[in-house]
Write a protein of this length. Structure first.
Length: 446
């Protein structure tokens, strides 16, 4: 028995599992019934898949693979096993015949019963076991479901408003003055990128092992790039000028006839924002949500660039004297005052409206209100090993075609707010809740 072996807190795991399931149900309840077989994002599966995928993944991972338990329904377990990233089989257009919703729900209920039973009574923490050491499989299923809740929401975002039920108490937060432009200097220092598996309760394989990087002095914007700032780029003809775009990005702009961010809409000569539940005049103080391609182009136009992953880490978690913090604001657990995350809003809020969440250097909204694009290609840290409970989780995406995003969005669960958590997407995938800010190397020439 290693010292790291804890007394397993089954009650806490069970509470998290049930809370996750409840929240997923609430997200599906936002939809009108006739949306169930629709495919709001062509590159991803239809909605029905996700209602099956969440319990199937939990069941397949914890019950079947880790504990060696028997199947419920092998066909459904296979059908709902996987389907994550645009560009692979989900995109091929080959669609299986999807089951009736009642069958999906019956399967889900049985999977839930078995998972709950295991969390309550089974031997789910076994030191040295490839999938159960430190209860890895149990934590993996909890974080997997929490992550998918964000996937669901950005898919729901693309549905017509008529197919969604707006919660009666909800109104987007439109107030807020435009934040001033400000560049902050981040002094040179060392940033932590990765962590040893034994040092944290749970981390995905791509967060391990421990890794650091030395970061040179740079300047970074205090605030996310707002819709107001991005509008200057649009008005300056940014989408018509190949100078600002990387080669494949420019091909995409032309072939998709992109002229503005996906979240914007032009009507009667005015700009609007397509929110979760309504169209509204473009909220100028909100962070702009764009693809990596658009963020990169904007930075070039501005004579700046995106931060690297290491620079983000330094700006967000660094502090004077090379101390590092667990969150930008310090070591207090995440709370509503620190930023827009954990489903506190269905849309972003004005940039700079959570100064209590500023980092040691005064940079705001680094965690929350939209993921931050980096210029870093998603790749393993030296010494990477695929995790036994989900070996394809990261390894399938170390292909040079994905970029790292850090931080969090309004739809990111608080459990995922840790310095080493990494998210990644293709550069021309415009659906995610991702924003950015510019950096420059030399403040004197900025
Ligand atoms: C880490 C968000 C890129 O949604 O594609 C879910 C997470 N992996 N199921 C994705 C994931 C498997 C993944 N991202
Ligand atoms: Fe998944």
């Amino acid at each position: 028995m290693s010292i790291a072996t804890s007394v397993l807190n089954r009650h806490a795991l069970l509470t998290r599992y049930l809370r996750n399931r409840e929240r997923s149900r609430a997200l599906f309840d936002l939809l009108a019934d006739d949306a169930y077989y629709s495919r709001p994002i062509a590159l991803r599966h239809p909605i029905v898949f996700y209602e099956g995928h969440l319990p199937a993944f939990s069941f397949n991972t914890l019950i079947k693979r880790a504990l060696g338990g028997p199947s419920i329904d092998p066909a459904l377990e296979a059908l709902f096993a996987r389907g994550i990233d645009p560009g692979d089989h989900a995109a091929s257009g080959v669609s299986p015949g999807w089951p009736a919703r009642s069958a999906v729900r019956e399967f889900a209920a049985e999977a839930d019963r078995r998972v709950v039973e295991a969390i309550e009574h089974a031997d789910i923490e076994r030191p040295g076991h490839p999938l159960l050491d430190r209860a890895e499989a149990a934590f993996a299923i909890l974080e997997h479901e929490a992550m998918h809740q964000e996937t669901l929401l950005y898919m729901w975002h693309q549905l017509p408003f008529a197919e969604k039920r707006r919660p009666s108490s909800y109104a987007p937060r439109l107030d807020g003055a435009l934040p001033p432009h400000q560049w902050l200097e981040i002094p040179a220092g060392r940033a932590t990128l990765g962590v040893d598996r034994a040092a944290i309760q749970f981390g995905w394989d791509n967060e391990c092992p421990a890794a650091t990087a030395d970061v040179a002095t740079f300047t970074i914007e205090r605030h996310d790039v707002t819709n107001a700032s991005f509008l200057e780029f649009v008005d300056a003809g940014g989408y018509q000028d190949p100078r600002w775009w990387r080669g494949e990005d420019w091909t995409w702009v032309q072939s998709e006839r992109m002229t503005h961010p996906l979240f914007w809409e032009r009507r009667d000569n005015r700009w609007y924002w397509r929110g979760m539940f309504e169209l509204m005049p473009l909220p100028l103080a909100w962070p702009v949500y764009v693809s990596h391609a658009e963020a990169t182009a904007f930075c070039r136009w501005r004579g700046a660039r995106l931060p690297t992953e290491a620079e983000f880490q330094r700006a967000a978690y660094g502090a004077p004297h090379d101390r590092e913090r667990s969150h930008p604001w310090g070591d207090d657990p995440p709370a509503a005052a620190h930023g827009v995350f954990d489903f506190s809003s269905w849309d972003p809020e004005p940039a700079g409206s959570h100064p209590a969440g500023a980092s040691a250097w005064g940079v705001e909204d680094l965690v929350g209100n939209g993921w931050t694009w980096t210029s870093t290609t998603f790749a393993p840290f030296p010494g990477f090993r695929p995790m036994a409970s989900y070996p394809e989780y990261s390894a399938d995406f170390f292909d040079g075609e994905h970029f790292v995003m850090k931080g969090a969005s309004p739809a990111t669960a608080r459990e995922l707010l840790r310095p080493t958590f990494r998210n990644w997407f293709r550069p021309r995938y415009p659906y995610v809740y991702a924003t950015f800010r510019c950096v420059r190397q030399d403040p004197a020439r900025g």
